[in-house]
Design a protein around this ligand. Structure first.
Ligand code: CMP
Length: 139
């Protein structure tokens, strides 16, 4: 089934100048980019995005990291896009991620793990609407 997912190139990957390589991997995997923008999250915006993690011990550090520099945020569309993007990203911890995955290649720690991708349809709907309105998504 064709679906959409929200994906983020995080500040660590932006600083490493590997956004181009990551975008190429999305395209090679057959995803269509339906929306994309460069954003600098402030702390409040990062806290709102990751609100589901607010009780976790890493919440403060995570939201500081996510607001530490620009992110590239995109909506990808394709068959089974949520699962396939998570497969392309690899495990949360780059050290555990499979060879050739984005996190293995470009992440450095469980927090600074290069990319984010929605983990389910309800999360994708919330996350897409968090960054994009209907006019900003090319149908
Ligand atoms: P992401 O897929 O964006 O979803 C939540 C993020 O929290 C995750 O990637 C990591 O950046 C971060 N994260 C998850 N687990 C940990 C952890 N144990 N310690 C620090 N950060 C974490």
């Amino acid at each position: 089934m064709k679906e959409r997912t929200l994906t983020i190139i995080k500040p660590d990957a932006m600083k490493k100048d590997v956004a181009g390589e990551i975008i190429s991997r999305w395209l090679q995997a057959g995803f269509q980019i339906k929306a994309m923008k460069l954003v600098r999250l402030d702390l409040k915006a990062a806290e709102g995005f990751y609100a589901v993690h607010q009780e976790r011990p890493f919440f403060k550090s995570l939201t500081q990291f996510m607001s530490s520099g620009p992110c590239l945020v995109a909506v990808l569309e394709g068959e089974d896009a949520i699962r396939r993007n998570r497969e392309l990203m690899g495990a949360t911890d780059p050290a555990q991620a499979a060879e050739g995955t984005l996190r293995r290649l470009y992440g450095s720690t469980v927090q600074n793990n290069a990319v984010h991708g929605s983990d389910g349809p309800a999360t994708a709907a919330f996350e897409i609407a968090y960054f994009f309105n209907a006019l900003e998504i090319v149908g």
